[in-house]
Ligand binder design. Structure first.
Ligand code: PLP
Length: 398
C-alpha cells in the first residue's frame, strides 16, 4: 500500500478530490466512468488558452505554429506511452469514435467478428451502425467459469474485437486463452478500462488496433486515440468523415485524400484536449506504477472482502482476475436508490447497465452498482462505502 503521507501528496494533485458533497468529504469511486484530472493537465489546458490559442496546421503565424507544435508533441507523447509511432497514432474524440472508424473500415468487408459477451456497447453498436446485418461470434461470460470457449467456432478469416478489462465486472480478459481459440486476421483491443492503471503497450503489439479515451487516464474529455500496429494497418482504414485537413486535392469531380493520420482527422481537432492528453501522459510517466498497481490491487481485494460482509450484497466477476472495478447488487433494493443514497454519504459510484446490456442479461440483472478505484483512493474510503451500504441496506430492506 502507499503510505498515508504519499497518498495525501498524490491526492493533492487532484483538486476535485478536495471538496465536500452533502457536507461530507467526497469519496470518488467512479473512476471507471471517468478519472479525475491532475493540476498539471489543467495547467496545460489553461496555458494553451492563454498563450497558444490558434488553429493548427497550415498557419504561418507564431501562435498557429506553436499550437501545431504542441499538438504534434502531444501525439508523440501519447504514441510513445503506448509503444507505437506518432505516424500511426490517430487522435479521436475517444474510444467510441475510434471504434466507429474501425467499424466504418471493416464492418462491410465480410469478416466474422468475434467479441466477448461483456463488451461495451461501443464495440457492439458501432458495428451495427456500419452494417445493420452484422452478426457476431460471442465468447460467453459465465459467473462461475469466466469466459467460456468450448462452444466457440470461428473461421480463420475472423476479426477479433475485445476489451482489455470488462467495465461491467472489472474482469481482465484472458488474452492467451482467446488466442488459443481465435487466430484473427485483424485484432482490436478496446483499452478504455486498462489505460488508467499504468503503461500498456497494447498487449505487446499482438493487436492490430487499440482504442482508448484520455478522460479515463487523467486527461481531458473529448480526446482519445486509435493506435495502429503499423502503417499497413493505418492504410487499411477508411475515413469516417470528410472535411478540412484530411485531403490532398479537392474538386467537384473527385477528391484525393491526405496520407497518414491526417486522412482520419477531418476538421479542426480538439487541440487543447490533445495537449492536455500529452500532459496526462507526462503526469503518468512520473509515477511508480508497480507501487500504484499494488495499492490499487490491495484496495480492490480489501473492498471485495469488506463488501462481501454486507448482508444481501452480491459481487459479480469474482471468478476472474479483476482490475479497478467492483460490481455488485444489494438484494431487495434498486441499484439507483442505493446510488442516490450513497451520494448523500458523499460517495460517488455508478449504477445501471454500464453500457453493457448483453453482459447484464447474462448476469440476470438489469444493472449493478459499480465502485471503481484509482490509485488516489484510500482504505478509509472503502470503509466509508461499506458502512454506508450497511446503513442503506437496513433502511431499504426494513
Ligand atoms: N469501452 C469500454 C470498455 C468502456 O468502459 C467505455 C466507457 O466507459 C468505452 C468503451 C467508451 O468510451 P468513451 O465513452 O470514452 O468513448
Amino acid at each position: 500500500m502507499i503510505g498515508a503521507l504519499e497518498l495525501r501528496e498524490l491526492r493533492e494533485e487532484f483538486p476535485a478530490l478536495n471538496q465536500k458533497v452533502h457536507g461530507l468529504p467526497l469519496a470518488y469511486l467512479d473512476n471507471a466512468a471517468s478519472s479525475l484530472t491532475p493540476r498539471s493537465v489543467i495547467a496545460a489546458l489553461v496555458h494553451f488558452y492563454e498563450h497558444d490559442r490558434a488553429n493548427v496546421h497550415r498557419g504561418l503565424h507564431t501562435l498557429s505554429m506553436r499550437a501545431t507544435q504542441r499538438y504534434e508533441d502531444a501525439r508523440s507523447k501519447v504514441a510513445q506511452w503506448f509503444g507505437v509511432t506518432p505516424e500511426t497514432c490517430i487522435f479521436t474524440s475517444g474510444t467510441t469514435h475510434a471504434m466507429n472508424i474501425l467499424a466504418n473500415s471493416f464492418a462491410m468487408r465480410g469478416h466474422d467478428i468475434v467479441v466477448s459477451e461483456s463488451e461495451h456497447h461501443a464495440n457492439i453498436a458501432s458495428w451495427q451502425v456500419h452494417n445493420p446485418n452484422q452478426s457476431f461470434h460471442v465468447i460467453p461470460f459465465d459467473e462461475e467459469k469466466g469466459y467460456v470457449f468450448n462452444t466457440l467456432d470461428v473461421p480463420s478469416e475472423s476479426l477479433l474485437s475485445i476489451q482489455s478489462v470488462a467495465n461491467g465486472t472489472g474482469a481482465m480478459l484472458p488474452f492467451e486463452k482467446i488466442y488459443e481459440y481465435v487466430s484473427p486476421r485483424i485484432s482490436i483491443l478496446d483499452m478504455a478500462q486498462s489505460v488508467a492503471h499504468g503503461p500498456t503497450d497494447f498487449y505487446e503489439n499482438k493487436f492490430t488496433y487499440g482504442t482508448l479515451s484520455a478522460h479515463k487516464m487523467y486527461g481531458p474529455t473529448g480526446i482519445g486515440a486509435l493506435l495502429c500496429q503499423d502503417e499497413n494497418a493505418l492504410n487499411a482504414l477508411r475515413p469516417l468523415m470528410g472535411g478540412g485537413d484530411m485531403i490532398d486535392r479537392v474538386s467537384f469531380r473527385e477528391t484525393s485524400f491526405a496520407k497518414g493520420v491526417a486522412r482520419l482527422e477531418a476538421g479542426t481537432p480538439a487541440i487543447a484536449n490533445a495537449i492536455g492528453f500529452g500532459a496526462a501522459v507526462d503526469f503518468m510517466k512520473e509515477l511508480d506504477w508497480a507501487k500504484l498497481r499494488a495499492h490499487e490491487n490491495a484496495l480492490l481485494t480489501y473492498a471485495d472482502e469488506q463488501l462481501s460482509l454486507v448482508p444481501g450484497l452480491h459481487i459479480f466477476g469474482r471468478s476472474l482476475k479483476r482490475q479497478g472495478v467492483l460490481s455488485f447488487v444489494l438484494e431487495g433494493t434498486h441499484t439507483s436508490d442505493v446510488a442516490t443514497l450513497l451520494d448523500r454519504f458523499g460517495i460517488a459510484v455508478r449504477t445501471g447497465h454500464h453500457c453493457a446490456q448483453p453482459l447484464m442479461e447474462s448476469l440476470g440483472v438489469s444493472g449493478t452498482l459499480r465502485a471503481s478505484f484509482a490509485f488516489y483512493n484510500s482504505i478509509e474510503e472503502v470503509d466509508r462505502l461499506k458502512k454506508a451500504l450497511v446503513k442503506i441496506s437496513k433502511m431499504l430492506r426494513a
